[in-house]
Design a binder for this molecule. Structure first.
Ligand code: B3K
Ligand code: ZN
Length: 878
């Protein structure tokens, strides 16, 4: 397979003025009739009246007929290949009709039209529409669509597509039809169709200009009691986008459909969002608080795409972050407004620094705007989404609230109905603010995580504090030279009594906090009027997606953890202190000393947190969580999974031993009172309580055991049930864990989303017997390799979160993952290419593990590979 390059972009030769589709639905033989009104773009015409060839994409299609302006073409009047249909010598304006037959029931890739739990649904982004019909499948070809869906009335009473329903009726043979019209220009990747036996949760929303919009969430009948949270979140998103971005919804109806088999989280099809059921269904018996928050965030994300993605779409797939980075920034801001803003920031940064930084340091590292790809599905990455969002966040912070809003208004006004580029976005921001973004654009072109080394010198006689910042970015595949970036460093100088000092820089008073703009490889900033040595608080709020190094003493970290005026940095300094203490224990483990003691300063910090003033509970729960194994691993030159696991477990146990009474008290202080509600105040209490329980269970404390069993039995809500069950199953007490698992499965075998959790709980068990359990569970009737949620819950969770067992030194964990990748490569290449990720990071491990991992990658390489897996394996082994 060959790579596609951004530099080769060419505008389309033909435009589609109108698209008319008719689907005659049958699971194994659906007929699609497509009528396209085509017009040759004037610049593309060859000579005076000859038109360039019309090249349409099409894959896995059986062509029945092609006609042009009503005349059926003979087979020598067009060219057909496995991927294209080409027609020559067409009139500059014409009507093309194609009739194809497709097999949705056999479509396990879940791209195009497929069948999930007996219903038809679609996933067209990025290039799935070409599996439905012949079409110029590229985002810069936009048209209006009219779609007629015909199906058996008994099996498919509900027939949905984009836009508004304009006609419906009965047909012979027990069939019926509905015709939908979408008046908005859209590329084919936003097309959607759903047909099934579904029921709806209906509501409505009145927009800021007073229009009524019907809201409908369509689900299988048994899930109707799980739609309230999504509906509440949808209405809140619609209101928020009006208030914060001035964006109003633009159709009379907005629909969401829940689907069980779905590759990603959800899809923003115009007026008809299709969701992975895991991102829309939630009630307190079946979903954890984290799942509730995910539903809220994903509903918002997809809704926000109506403007950032649909009204303004992408010119080509290299611009993917134009819609994804911006929309993630919008959904993160929304969730921050709905919940605890500091906790949202902490969670997002923690994810970025573990998963995205690892991607940026690995073999598939790519810029936020890649220069080339082999398979675009492989580029729906943390870099495009999360780092892309960080880049937009820097733009927003550099401009300030008002100018950023002016810029976004201008961007939407200038590009409405267009397929835009990242330059269009940045130029609107620049025009609205007068700021030059020339150097800033490097953030879009340069891969890798910049490192900023900071150092400070206090001069008592001159009363100055000089802060020096140096930036470097390590080479990434195909990009050796890195240029300096614009790095905004929000900072303050903290005095010994814990206050922010007034900042004076080159004679200018900046207040108590400032944003330094690092634009060169090295810069120094001299603050004057400083009487005593301060402690710098740097990169507040994580103001840029970089690794910041400063040689803090542990005393300074403990001090900032208590006194920094920035909530994010209080958490960050606590994490740095914990990391230092964990590294001590790792070193002890590596020299065979298992009696080592945890640094007293971390114990003291925890005591301060547990006994101090009751602050924001949600933040406290984050502060009481030690850095994850994945994050610790990111900080090591060579990852030692066993040392990391032992150190973290030992630290937890020692904290629990010393602070046992405090943890018991914390548990009881946060027990549930009254009715469950998915409010962030209640969620904060639950996470604090369950954090306390997790420490107590870390020493298998008698009282902890009792509390866990009681919490499981009380079954107030899934957050508490899952926390207690997980702790019991992960303990050494299999006589408690096993029966609890069995009872749970009996109660929930009918609910796939709950069974996903049942799988995940078991495969994260730290004991060495877990690998047999994974193989055993792959044969469980509730497991299926064709359901992406199951693959993620069982295989993805094992390989990603059970690090000691996945990286077993006998290579059995690697072998298991490779076996699954080989099977999925045939069934669902997109999921295969995602699930393989942990194997591709072999360079981070010792020589023995590297060799084992490479052996498995080479075994995969010997298969007949999909483009998706081919690209990832080749890059990993390059
Ligand atoms: N835009 C979709 C992603 C589709 C990915 C297809 N491989 C979901 C989202 O970002 O909202
Ligand atoms: Zn998105």
């Amino acid at each position: 397979p060959a790579a596609i390059h951004l530099a080769d972009y060419q505008a389309p030769a033909w435009q589609v003025l109108e698209t008319r589709l008719t689907f005659e639905l049958e699971p194994s033989a659906t007929r699609v009739t497509t009528v396209l009104t085509l017009e040759c773009n004037p610049d593309a015409a060859i000579g005076s009246d000859a038109t360039p060839p019309l090249v349409l994409n099409g894959e896995h299609l059986t062509l029945e007929r092609v006609s042009v302006d009503g005349r059926v073409l003979a087979s020598d009047e067009f060219t057909i290949s496995e991927t294209h249909l080409t027609l020559d010598g067409l009139p500059a304006r014409c009507e093309l009709e194609t009739v194809v037959v497709i097999d949705p029931a056999a479509n396990t890739a879940l791209e195009g039209l497929y069948v999930s739990s007996g219903m038809f649904c679609t996933q067209c982004e990025a290039e799935g529409f070409r599996r439905i019909t012949y079409y110029p499948d590229r985002p810069d070809v936009m048209s209006v669509f009219t779609t007629t869906v015909i199906g058996d009335k008994a099996h498919y009473p509900i027939l949905l597509s984009n836009g508004n329903p304009v006609e419906r009726g009965e047909l012979e043979g027990g069939r019926h039809f509905v015709t939908w019209q979408d008046p908005h220009l859209k590329p084919c990747y936003l097309f959607a169709l759903v047909a099934g036996d579904l029921v709806k949760h209906a509501d409505s929303f009145t927009t800021m200009s007073g229009r009524d919009v019907a809201l409908e969430i369509w689900v299988e009948p048994e899930n109707l009691d799980k739609t309230q949270h999504a509906m509440t979140s949808l209405k809140a998103s619609m209101k928020w986008d009006e208030e914060v971005y001035g964006r109003e919804y633009d159709l009379d109806i907005f629909m969401i459909v829940a689907v069980n088999d779905f590759n990603m989280g959800a899809m923003e099809n115009k007026g008809l969002n299709i969701f992975n059921s895991s991102c829309v269904l939630a009630n307190h018996d079946t979903a954890t608080d984290a799942a509730f928050q995910r539903v809220e965030g994903v509903v918002a994300h997809e809704y926000f795409h109506n403007w950032s993605g649909n009204r303004v779409t992408c010119r080509d797939w290299f611009q993917l972050s134009l819609k994804e980075g911006f929309t993630v920034y919008r959904d993160q801001s929304f969730s921050a407004d709905m919940n605890s803003a500091p906790v949202k920031r902490i969670e997002d940064v923690a994810m970025l620094r573990t998963a995205q930084f690892a991607e940026d340091a690995g073999p598939t590292a790519h810029p936020v705007r890649p220069a080339s790809y082999i398979e675009i599905s492989n580029f729906y990455t943390l870099t495009i989404y999360e780092k892309g969002s960080e880049v937009v966040r820097m733009v927003a912070n550099l401009l300030g609230k008002e100018a950023f809003r002016r810029g976004s208004d201008l961007y939407f006004a200038q590009n409405d109905g267009r397929a835009a580029t990242i330059e269009d976005f940045i130029s609107a921001m620049s025009e609205a603010s007068g700021r030059d973004f020339t150097q800033f654009m490097r953030w879009y072109a340069q891969a890798g995580t910049p490192e900023v080394a900071a150092s400070g010198v206090f001069d008592a006689t001159a009363k100055t504090y000089t802060l020096t910042l140096r930036q470097t970015t390590a080479p990434t595949p195909g990009q050796n030279e890195k240029l300096p970036l614009v790095i905004p460093v929000r900072m303050g100088l903290v005095s010994a009594d814990g206050h922010d000092l007034p900042l004076v820089l080159e004679g200018a008073s900046l207040g108590s906090e400032s944003v330094l703009e690092l634009t060169e490889a090295e810069q120094s900033f001299v603050f004057t009027g400083i009487e005593h040595a301060p402690v710098p608080s740097l990169l507040r709020g994580f103001s840029a997606p970089v690794k910041l190094g400063f040689d803090y003493s542990r005393e300074q970290l403990a001090f900032l953890m208590q006194h920094d005026s920035d909530g994010f940095n209080r958490w960050e300094c606590g994490q740095r202190l914990a990391l230092a203490a964990l590294e001590d224990l790792m070193a002890a483990f590596q020299r065979g000393d298992k009696q080592a003691h945890l640094d007293e300063r971390l114990l003291a910090a925890y005591r301060f947190l547990l006994t101090g003033e009751p602050t924001d509970r949600a933040v406290l729960a984050e502060m009481l969580t030690l850095p994850s194994e994945a994050y610790i691993a990111e900080q090591q030159a060579v990852v030692d999974v066993d040392a990391i696991h032992w150190a973290r477990k030992t630290a937890k146990a020692q904290l629990a031993t010393v602070l046992r009474e405090e943890f018991v008290a914390l548990y009881h202080a946060n027990e549930q009172q009254g009715e469950y509600a998915p409010t962030f105040e209640q969620m904060a209490r639950r996470s604090l309580k369950n954090a306390a329980l997790s420490y107590l269970m870390g020493i298998e404390d008698k009282e902890g055991m009792r509390l866990a069993q009681a919490q499981l039995a009380a079954a107030h809500n899934m957050t508490d049930v899952r926390a207690a069950l997980t702790l019991l199953v992960h303990s050494s007490r299999t006589e408690l864990g096993n029966p609890a698992l069995k009872a749970f499965a009996e109660r929930w075998s009918h609910d796939p989303l709950v069974m996903d959790q049942w799988f995940a709980i078991q495969v994260t068990r730290p004991q060495a017997d877990v690998l047999d359990r994974v193989r055993f569970l792959m044969e469980h009737p509730a497991f299926s390799l064709t359901n992406p949620n199951k693959v993620r819950a069982l295989i993805g969770t094992f390989a990603g979160q059970n690090r000691v067992n996945f990286h077993r030194i006998d290579g059995e964990g690697y072998r298991l993952l490779a076996d699954v990748v080989i099977e999925l490569n045939r069934l669902n290449p997109d999921i295969a290419a995602r699930i393989i990720t942990p194997l591709t990071r072999f360079k981070r491990f010792d020589a023995a593990r590297q060799a084992l991992m490479k052996t498995e990658l080479e075994r995969i390489r010997n298969e007949k590979l999909s483009r998706n897996v081919y690209e990832v394996v080749e890059k990993a082994l390059a």
